[in-house]
Every structure is written in C-alpha cells, then in structure tokens.
Design a protein around this ligand. Structure first.
Ligand code: NAG
Ligand code: NAG
Ligand code: NAG
Ligand code: NAG
Ligand code: NAG
Ligand code: NAG
Ligand code: NAG
Ligand code: NAG
Ligand code: NAG
Length: 664
C-alpha cells in the first residue's frame, strides 16, 4: 500500500516535472525525430544533424522550435524574463580558400523570413528593414565575412544583433581560459564543433555570450557582456531558432545539439549523444599493393620511372611562383592547377575578352563548381609584388553588392592571375555600343548609374580605407544576372589610409576620363574618380564614348559637346537616340547636369560621392551649374604636358602601367 502510494506520487511528480519541462525548456542532443519548423535548405539528416544550409548558392535556411515562448513577465510588466540557451554548431566551408557566410541564433516574433535576403543578410533582414524596430528580432551572429555596410569588425566574430545586422556589440571569436585568464582565438569557419552559451538576466538586463571549443566546460568569463533592455524587442510570444545563409561561397552550417530554458539555466548537452559531422573528402582508398608487389616488381620500376617523368612534366605545366611572405595570404592563394582545370586549360573557347590588363577567361572551379572569371596579367618585375599582393588581398575583403568580388590570386613566372566572381552579362560598354543587342532602357541605365555610385561611395568613404579606383569607365562596369552594375578591375586602385596622401608616380586611367589636374599633379584622388564618374554618367546617358575621333584627326570630347548643348538650352537633345523619348525628363536632366558637375575642371566644385548619391536619389537638389563653366581642353593640357604617344593613342585603357611594375 505504502509503496503503491509512493509510486503514484512519483508518477505525479514526474508528470508535473515533465510538463513544466515541455512548457519552458527543451534539450536536443542531436535532432533525430525532433519536432522543428524548418524552411529553405534546412533539414535534419538521418544521423540527427541539423543542417541549416547545405552546399548550395544563395541558400537560406531556418530552424525554429515549433512552439513560441512567453518572454514577457506578467508580474512586473515591461520586464523581460530571463532565459538561457546553449548549442553546439559547426561551420564547414566547402572550399578552404574562402570562408563562407555565417549563421545566427535567433529569437523572433515570426518564423516567416521569406522576404529576408541570403548572403550577408544572414536570411534575417533585407535592404529595407535592416535596423527597423518593427523587426522584433534578437540575433547572436556567428559572422565569417566582414561587411563594412554593417560595421563588421573582422571576418571571424560573434555579435549581438538587435533588429539589425549592425551589431550592438561584437568581438573576435574565442574564449577566456579559466586557468590563465588569457584570450584564446577560435576560428568559426573551421569545420570544428564549437559551443555557444547565451544567458539573459531579466532583472539586470544583462546579456552574456560565451564560447568554447567542444568539449570544454563553460568558461566563467563571457566573450560578450552587454546591458540591453529587450522589452521593446520582445513581443508576447517569440520563437527561438537558427538562421543561416550562403552567397556564392558555399558553406554548410550545422547545429549538433541545442538546449533552451526560460527563467533558469539551460540543461547541459550530452556530448556523447551528439551526431557526427559529415565526412570531408579525406577518405583514403585502401591500397592493395601487397598482393601485387611480388608480381610486379619489374613493372613497378618502370612505373616509377614513368611517374617521375610525368611528374616533372606536370610540375612544369603547373609550375607556380611562391615566396615565403605569401604564407599569410594562404587562404587567398589559388593553385595554378586548379585555375588551369577551371578554364579547361585556358582554352580559346573560355576567353571572355582582353583589355588593358590582359586576357580574361571564364571558368568553373572544380572543387566548388563556382563560376569565376580569371584574369591573366603579365608582369616581369618582382619588385613591388609583395605590396601588390597585400593590396589585392585587402581588396578581396571588400564586400559590396556593386563591386565585383575578388576571390584570390595565383602567381606564375612572368604572370599574375586574379580570380573574380563571374558576371554573366559582361561589361556595360558592350550593351551600350553593340547595336545587335536591345538598347538598355532608361530605368536600367539609371539603376546601373546608382549602383556604380553606391559602389564608389563605399570605396571612397564607407570602407575602413580609402580606395581610389582610378579607372572608372563603362568597360569596367560589369553587369550581374539581374543587370546590377558592379565595379570591377581594381588592379589600379591603390589603398591608402584615411588622412594620408596618395603618392603615385604614373598617370593611369583612360583618355576622356582623366581629370585635368592629373596632368599637373599626377595624383589620383577621390576627386579624380568623381571626374571619371561624371564622364561615365554622360557616356551612359548619351550612349557615346567620352572621346571620339572627329574631323581632321581631332579628338572630340563628349563633355564639351554636352556642355555646349547645355549652354544652348538643348541639353535633352544629347540623350542616347536609342532611348527615343522614353525617359523621365527630370531624371535625364539631373544625370546630364550631374555628369557636368562631376567633371568640372576645378576639383573643389565637384561633389563628393555621398552628395552624388543624394542627388541621384532625389534627396537633395543639385546646385545650379556655374555659368562660367568651361571645359579646359583636357586634351590640350595633357598634350602640352607631354604624355607619351602610347597614352594618347586611344580610348582604351592605359591602365597596365600600374603599381606592379614599380618603374616602367
Ligand atoms: C541541398 O538541399 C537541397 C534541398 O534540401 C537539395 O535539393 C540539394 O540537392 C542539396 N544540395 C547539396 C549539394 O547537398
Ligand atoms: C510539432 O509541434 C507543433 C506545435 O507544437 C504541433 O502542432 C505538431 O503537431 C507537432 N508535430 C509532431 C509531429 O509532433
Ligand atoms: C523586407 O522585409 C520586410 C519584412 O520585414 C517586408 O515587408 C519588405 O517587403 C521586404 N522588402 C523587400 C524589398 O523585400
Ligand atoms: C549600419 O552601419 C552603416 C555603416 O556605418 C550605416 O550606413 C547604416 O545606416 C547602419 N544601419 C543601421 C540600421 O544602423
Ligand atoms: C519600419 O517598418 C514599418 C513596417 O514594416 C514601416 O511602416 C516603417 O516605415 C519602417 N521604418 C523605417 C525607418 O524604415
Ligand atoms: C587572435 O586574433 C586576433 C584578431 O584576428 C589577432 O590580432 C591575434 O593576434 C590573435 N591571437 C592569437 C594568439 O593568435
Ligand atoms: C554575465 O557575466 C558576468 C561577468 O562574468 C556575470 O557577473 C553575470 O552574472 C553574467 N550574467 C548572466 C546573465 O549570465
Ligand atoms: C561589449 O562586450 C564587452 C566584453 O564583454 C564589454 O566589456 C563591453 O562593455 C560591451 N559593450 C557594450 C556596448 O555593451
Ligand atoms: C522564475 O524563477 C524564480 C525562481 O526560480 C521564480 O521565483 C519565479 O516565479 C519564476 N518566474 C516566472 C515568471 O516563472
């Protein structure tokens, strides 16, 4: 009787315990059979691993606990309840040269992220709602790419995101060792499981984020600790889960185990029960040499000889130049063999075009199936190579939707290879001047101009360093699959820190886009870029090249022609005839006048790119063009200053006189 009573009591206790667990906590040591609400590319593989995004481009994936939780206190209105969670994750980039995008632990009022963007938006926000308080999203981001547009600190950080990808606090990934107190770095995208703890104390409004490798006890000092009032973020019921996204770079984001609890400490995970990570391609094929050896000792010798001969041949075929200083750039270095394979041996069929820099080939990287453009630049001198590579690697960190992504490089004797994202629609000048293609509409042109302006603004003002592009022109603007304009070809751009002067010894650029002061000072600045951008605006609006051969071997400047028409009051007549009258008059006028203003001979009269953006967006009105505006015969100036014939020869890029050669 007594034992029966005890049993009943125990069952009752157990039941109440179980139900309270169900209500305000859960623990998943692996996700086999777990009831999760998944979307996009998210799935639970048979082993129980939660895969948020697999190796697919532009993929988004979310996984949420199906039932929302109550985060608001009933007893003290306005306060947020404490909560705690811990999870083990792994970020597995497919292609070890380039790290992929990141993932985030998310508390959100909705599980519908259908309008969120992949890539740097981590499938949480889009262009228009980033930062909006109506998002009601708290994210703990594990971010593996530096995005200046969100003020990211580096390409390996943990951040607290309140309604925005601009983190309220962030720091490099790692942990404080309990025994020594020293900080230990961890690499997020290293295919190694790591653990995160997120703890919020409602009363003090303290949010802690702690990280450690697996298995390790939770370090006592958190990685991040912020005081954040979450009361305006939390709505009555909120979902908890994960979000992740890919761009071009393929990454698998996995969660191995997850525990969560409201108003208490999340139950620890049982590491022994966590599912294994997918095997990377390190499988060894078993070699059954032993059976063959007695039979084949003679053949073996022959084989060795043949192999050596072949290997030597192959070595020459794939020979590269590598120096010690390049070690730090390892992740950005491609092997020549890989690029050779990607382009099917640089076959003529893969040739996309050739310009001032060299030839450009289309390719598909064998390991990642990523489409790329490979540019072969010939160079003889090794001088300045180290600086140049440092520069391109630094440029490779630029991320902007209006900039062609540089993925990495490779060096060979007498040649440098640069690897870029492939742009399916080629360069803008092909669209402008190829009569066999349908003319770009005004809306498309205007979108491209704004895109290029936004990319250039990023280079000039919004990135950590000032980047002067030095060769803005239609043929350096590439169009992606949606006809967005992206700036390419940074071979010329030299970086220098804010506040210091640019030192250049050569004039680089293209006739018709060169600011007059370049002839005098030889210094490329953001102002000379703005001049070129002005010429670019006129070029796109008028559908004419900035310099065209005129009568008697003279060169006609587009700028002069538009200026003349402006003075005669016939500005609109300069619009591209292929547009007919299909353009909004105000926009066309704005663009033409802005083109003239940007290409003003006096650098101080030219607007900054931020102002240009405002004018194009219609946020502020442009100043009237100065009546005394006269183009100061850029050509004659340059001729007088005695630039060599080579530079004068044509409107094609003269840009290969770049820093690489050190001298000429
Ligand atoms: C990724 O997942 C999607 C949908 O779950 C599937 O169709 C696709 O084949 C997967 N791709 C890879 C590379 O695993
Ligand atoms: C999963 O959870 C949801 C919400 O609690 C519930 O409606 C659904 O029936 C569950 N599905 C399964 C298979 O348990
Ligand atoms: C951005 O997301 C919001 C929801 O947060 C949605 O209302 C809006 O339509 C989205 N914008 C775009 C351009 O997709
Ligand atoms: C994020 O930071 C960028 C760069 O400083 C800034 O332009 C943008 O307005 C910020 N967005 C939000 C929502 O704070
Ligand atoms: C924030 O989003 C709401 C609703 O989606 C919208 O009405 C509001 O204009 C947005 N605010 C800003 C600053 O974009
Ligand atoms: C940790 O990472 C930071 C930032 O990347 C770096 O400056 C520091 O040298 C690293 N420390 C160690 C011990 O590797
Ligand atoms: C956050 O960390 C601080 C410092 O270690 C600690 O005093 C505090 O109790 C922690 N708060 C929570 C909610 O874990
Ligand atoms: C960000 O986190 C660091 C490390 O815990 C902390 O010292 C700092 O006060 C936090 N900053 C803010 C603004 O919360
Ligand atoms: C949270 O937990 C504390 C102590 O464990 C308890 O006193 C309090 O009532 C709980 N609050 C809620 C809203 O569950």
């Amino acid at each position: 009787m007594a034992s029966r009573l005890l049993k009943t009591l125990l069952i009752l206790v157990f039941l109440s315990f179980a139900s309270s667990r169900e209500d305000d906590s859960f623990v998943f040591n692996g996700f086999r059979g777990a009831n999760l609400s998944l979307d996009g590319f998210a799935s639970v593989v048979p082993d129980g691993l939660l895969v948020l995004t697999n190796w697919s481009t532009q993929a988004k994936g979310h996984a949420f606990h199906p039932k929302p939780f109550k985060f608001k206190s009933d007893t003290t209105p306005g306060t947020t309840l404490s909560f705690s969670t811990t999870f083990v994750f792994a970020i597995i980039p497919e292609y070890s040269y380039v790290s992929g995008h990141g993932m985030a632990f998310v508390i959100s009022h909705t599980t519908d992220f259908s309008t969120a963007l992949p890539t740097q938006y981590l499938a949480l926000f889009n262009l228009s709602d980033n930062g909006n308080a109506t998002n009601h999203v708290l994210g703990i981001e594990l971010d593996t790419i530096v995005n200046a547009e969100f003020q990211d600190i580096n390409n390996n950080h943990v951040g607290i995101d309140v309604n925005s990808l601009n983190s309220t606090n962030s720091t490099g990934a790692g942990y404080y060792d309990d025994s020594t107190g020293a900080f230990q770095n961890l690499t997020l995208a290293s295919s190694v499981p790591m653990q995160i703890w997120v703890d919020y104390e409602g009363q003090d409004m303290q949010l802690n984020v702690t990280m450690a490798p697996v298995p390790m006890a939770k370090p006592s000092k958190p990685l991040l600790s912020s005081t954040i009032d979450l009361s305006s973020v939390m709505t009555d019921s909120m979902y908890v889960g994960f979000s992740s996204a890919n761009g071009h770079l393929l990454t698998t984001h996995c969660v191995l185990g997850w525990s969560f609890k409201m108003n208490g400490t999340a139950e620890p995970l049982d590491y022994a029960q966590l599912p294994p990570l997918p095997l990377l391609d390190t499988k060894h094929k078993s070699q059954k040499l032993a059976i063959w050896l007695p039979l084949a000792s003679c053949a073996f010798v022959l084989l060795v000889v043949a192999t050596v001969v072949l290997a030597v041949k192959r070595r020459n075929k794939y020979a590269e130049l590598r120096e010690d200083w390049e070690q730090e750039y390892g992740p950005h270095r491609f092997s020549y063999k890989e690029l050779f394979r990607a382009t099917k041996g640089f076959k003529a069929k893969a040739l996309l075009g050739s310009g001032g820099f060299g030839r450009v080939y289309r390719g598909v990287l064998p390991s990642s199936k990523l489409e790329v453009a490979v540019k072969r630049v010939s160079h003889e001198s090794r001088q300045g190579m180290k600086e140049f590579v440092a520069e391109i690697v630094s440029i490779g960190q630029l991320r902007h939707r209006n900039i062609v992504q540089l993925l990495g490089y490779c060096r060979r004797k007498g040649e440098l290879l640069l690897v870029y994202d492939y742009m399916p629609n080629g360069s803008l000048d092909n669209f402008l001047y190829d009569e066999t293609r349908p003319a770009l509409s005004w809306a498309q042109r205007f979108g491209i101009m704004k895109g290029v302006a936004s990319g250039l603004l990023y280079l000039h003002q919004d990135w950590e360093k000032i980047v002067v592009h030095r060769d803005i022109k239609a043929s350096n603007v590439l169009l992606d699959s949606e006809l967005n304009g992206r700036l390419g070809d940074f071979g010329l751009a030299r970086l220098y820190d804010h506040g210091t002067d640019a030192h250049t010894t050569h004039i680089v650029g293209t006739m018709g886009y060169l600011a007059p002061e370049l002839a005098q000072t030889g210094k490329a600045t953001t102002k000379t870029d703005v001049f070129a951008f002005g010429a670019f605006l006129l070029e796109v609006a008028c559908g004419r090249r900035p310099v065209a051969p005129g009568a008697e071997g003279q060169q006609l400047l587009l700028l002069d022609w538009v200026l003349e028409n402006w003075k005669k009051g016939t500005l609109l007549a300069t619009g591209d005839r292929r547009l007919g009258r299909n353009f909004p008059v105000e926009e066309m006028e704005t663009v033409l006048k802005l083109g003239l203003l940007c290409s003003h001979p006096s650098p101080d009269t030219r607007p900054t790119m931020r102002q240009v953006m405002h004018f194009l967006d219609g946020d502020s009105t442009m100043p009237e063009l100065p009546l005394a505006y006269k183009s100061i015969g850029v050509m004659s100036l340059i001729q007088r200053d005695g630039f060599d014939d080579y530079m004068m020869s044509s409107s094609t890029s003269v840009s290969h006189m770049f820093a690489l050669s050190g001298g000429r």
